[in-house]
Design a protein around this ligand. Structure first.
Ligand SMILES: Cc1cc2nc3c(=O)[nH]c(=O)nc-3n(C[C@H](O)[C@H](O)[C@H](O)COP(=O)(O)OP(=O)(O)OC[C@H]3O[C@@H](n4cnc5c(N)ncnc54)[C@H](O)[C@@H]3O)c2cc1C
Length: 397
């Protein structure tokens, strides 16, 4: 039997997924005085496999929300330029120093800290509620319209009724499938191997090391989080794969390769990259945003920004509608229309980046053409900085 949670309080909006898109939307709707429930299947936000990049445009939003000081009080590291070491030659991929934003830096913050910040800020509004350890997998329909969701939590089954369901449960969304929405895929040529390396005091690595494959190193204070990009489908976790990985790491970065000599397949997580999108982001009563509407690749580190910008556009378009009544499909379509082209442009650029990310060459070989252009024309690095730092279509509150 289902347990109705707070039967006396059916919410204005149920948001499934407490990632960047879901929590930002929850915060923005709660600020408008709406009753919002965000449902997250995990008990906490402590997961490794999430991007750590908080873009200048997202920091601008935090400023508008009065949360910038709180954000900067959490552990973080700033980067004013994204640099690449290509067989030891340093060059700039993206320069944020001329952005029209208060903070002209990309900030690295473990995503659990960032999500905690959003959840804390949202929790200060009386209409906000976060249900953790609650997995939603079905929609409730009434005469064809989605009017709620059902799922499970440790205490038993749960049912939530609402005027609008927003699915922000990411690229593997079960709810999207339950609503009858199926993404179409665009080939992703790469996967990512993800593992930790211990860090000695004062030890550093370039952020991106490439030339004979690619390694991204995120400094998490007391350890390094390593992302190693490989051709898609090339990892089975066998001993031979681990050997090949160690050889590649040694070629790309002898020092990091040596530090990874003891890494075993049990230490390595394979993150499959997908580039997908829904043709239609909504059905009557339910809207998908963030990775649920368009799964992003890690290329360029822009998926979180896009998810946040979806949330901002959704709150701006649907907030007033929810304050007046029940959103209709035409209202949901306005959100999709607003956010489709930035998503299409971003996915197209991510597709173009796949080849350079996987390129291997011997030391001394000429730089690939796009990298030569970035090296020779500094102005281009400001354009890439704008694209990464602000996104194709920045959103304001
Ligand atoms: C390997 C890899 C690295 C990446 N690195 C970066 C990066 O550095 N920078 C960047 O900007 N982007 C990066 N991305 C892309 C980025 O992670 C996504 O675009 C972004 O997280 C999307 O945010 P979201 O809120 O839409 O979804 P998600 O972040 O996926 O959040 C979805 C939330 O929903 C919850 N959930 C799922 N199912 C249910 C359910 N049934 N019921 C309740 N809750 C549920 C999940 O637990 C999760 O908390 C990377 C992607 C990959 C694959």
């Amino acid at each position: 039997m289902n347990t109705r949670i707070d039967t006396d309080r059916d919410t204005d909006c149920v948001i499934v997924g407490g990632g960047p898109a879901g929590l930002m939307l929850g915060l923005l709707l709660a600020r408008r005085g709406l009753d919002v429930t965000v449902v997250e299947k995990h008990a906490d936000f402590l997961r490794d496999f999430r991007g750590d990049t908080i873009h200048p445009s997202t920091q601008e939003l935090l400023g508008e929300l009065g949360l910038l000081d709180e954000f900067l009080a959490r552990p973080h590291a700033d980067m004013s330029r994204v640099t690449l070491s290509w067989h030891g030659t340093e060059l700039t991929l993206a320069d944020f120093s001329r952005l029209p934003t208060t903070r002209k830096v990309m900030t690295f913050m473990p995503q659990w800290d960032f999500l905690d910040l959003l959840a804390d800020a949202a929790g200060r509004h009386p209409g906000f509620r976060l249900l953790r350890s609650t997995r939603i997998d079905q929609v409730i329909r009434d005469e064809g319209r989605v009017v709620g969701v059902t799922g499970t939590r440790p205490e038993g089954a749960v049912e939530l009724r609402t005027r609008l369901v927003v699915d922000a449960s990411g690229r593997d969304s079960e709810l999207r499938a339950a609503a009858g929405l199926r993404p179409t895929g665009v080939a992703a040529a790469m996967d990512v191997l993800w593992f930790r390396l211990p860090k000695r005091a004062e030890e550093t690595y370039p952020f991106v090391q490439a030339g004979a494959g690619m390694i991204i190193t995120i400094d998490r204070g007391d350890f390094f989080q390593i992302a190693h990009v490989i051709p898609s489908g090339s990892w089975t976790g066998s001993d031979a794969d681990v050997m090949r990985m160690r050889e590649r790491l040694l070629r790309i970065s002898p020092r990091l390769g040596a530090a990874a000599a003891d890494v075993t397949s049990a230490d390595v997580h394979l993150l499959r990259v997908r580039l997908e999108r829904l043709r239609r982001w909504y059905v009557d009563g339910l809207l998908c945003i963030g990775d649920s509407a368009h799964a992003m690749s890690p290329a360029g580190g822009v998926g979180i920004n896009l998810a946040i910008q979806d949330a901002v556009a959704t709150a701006r378009i649907l907030g007033p509608v929810l304050q007046r009544g029940t959103p209709r499909p035409v209202d949901l379509r306005r959100v999709q229309r607003r956010r489709t082209w930035p998503m299409l442009v971003t996915q197209a650029v991510q597709r173009l980046m796949q080849k350079p990310l996987l390129t291997t060459s011997s030391p001394g070989a000429p730089l690939p053409r796009p990298l030569q252009m970035l090296r020779d024309h500094r102005a281009l690095t400001r354009i890439t900085g704008r694209f990464v730092g602000l996104g194709a279509q920045p959103e304001r509150l």
